[in-house]
Design a protein around this ligand. Structure first.
Ligand SMILES: [Fe+2]
Length: 305
């Protein structure tokens, strides 16, 4: 049975204070109560948390938490992972309880990206209030579209792409090939697969790239209004480089997201977007995109032209 949504993400940090400041004051997420001194939690809707940031030896993205609808779907997925030769480690009751889920397991994809799997929808009934005045974060009705998307690297691209479809039930939304070296005859391009598990254009993207030193290329959060993006952009510019801008404002061709990118304290990027495309998974025919953006998204590492 298929993954239902991107339920949460796990992040590791040497300095929890840096994440507290970034997540609340720049991103506008709501700090949530944590039972552990070495963990800070952030909400964006009625889930108890969407970002789990724990103190660790290094800074980086640790794992997406893939959500299943019920015990049957979850158990079927764990069996499929084991049958595919992937490690399956079941977490104990207390650990599942601390994640505020019914049941929790860990595995990895064939590229070595760690993942958590869970089911059990817990709700925090205290209203979501953004400390930075963000109108809302878009997670779909009842949170069905999940918290956003993650982009992971997969040097063994074909194998990893097939794994997510066959074992975890993802489907293709867009199969891109981006010619980042000019598109000449000596430029093989970089393969990208954008995959959905609900109406969000993609919850997961895979890039045919060497392993990321930060655990992920980027994650994306979607907000309710263009003004929310603009005000966040202002907060990043106002930080005077404390929060590095990774890419300017722009609009992606495939998911139509109007967004910019900033560097998190974890080294990976955060895409902050509005108005992403929603699809009907029952009728969607995958597209093939040969460009990333129809305007903007000038990357910090790009030379002026
Ligand atoms: Fe993205």
């Amino acid at each position: 049975m298929a993954v239902k949504s991107l339920g949460y993400v796990v992040i590791q940090a040497r300095d929890l204070g840096a994440w507290r400041d970034f997540a609340a004051n720049v991103v506008g997420l709501m700090p949530a109560a944590s039972e552990r001194d070495d963990v800070v939690l952030f909400r964006m809707d009625d889930r108890p948390f969407r970002l789990w940031v724990e103190k660790g030896e290094r800074d980086g993205f640790v794992a997406p938490g893939w959500e299943f609808a019920d015990a049957a779907a979850y158990e079927t997925a764990l069996a499929a992972l084991a049958a595919a030769g992937r490690p399956v480690e079941r977490a104990g009751v207390m650990e599942a309880r601390s994640r505020q889920v019914y049941d929790l397991a860990r595995s990895s994809d064939p590229a070595g990206n760690a993942m958590e799997l869970f089911y059990g929808r817990f709700v925090d009934y205290a209203p979501f209030v953004s400390p930075a005045g963000v109108s809302r974060f878009v997670t779909g009705a009842n949170g069905d579209m999940g918290l956003g998307h993650v982009v992971l690297t997969a040097p063994n691209f074909a194998e990893t792409h097939a794994f997510y479809k066959k074992v975890l039930g993802f489907s293709d939304t867009d199969l891109g090939r981006f010619y980042l070296m000019g598109g000449g005859t000596d430029d093989p391009g970089v393969g990208f697969a954008f995959l959905h598990c609900n109406g969000r254009h993609h919850s997961l993207a895979l890039g045919e790239m060497p392993e990321s030193p930060n655990g992920a290329v980027h994650m994306m959060l979607e907000v309710g209004a263009l003004e929310d993006v603009g005000r966040a952009y202002d907060r990043v510019l106002k930080s005077k480089g404390k929060v590095p801008l990774s890419a300017t404002l722009g609009r992606h061709v495939n998911d139509k997201m109007t967004s910019f990118y900033m560097q998190t304290p974890g080294g990976f990027d955060l895409e902050y977007g509005w108005n992403g495309l929603e699809i009907d998974p029952a009728t969607w025919v995958p597209t093939t995109s040969l460009a990333v953006s129809d305007w903007g998204h000038k990357w910090a590492h790009e030379k002026d032209d």
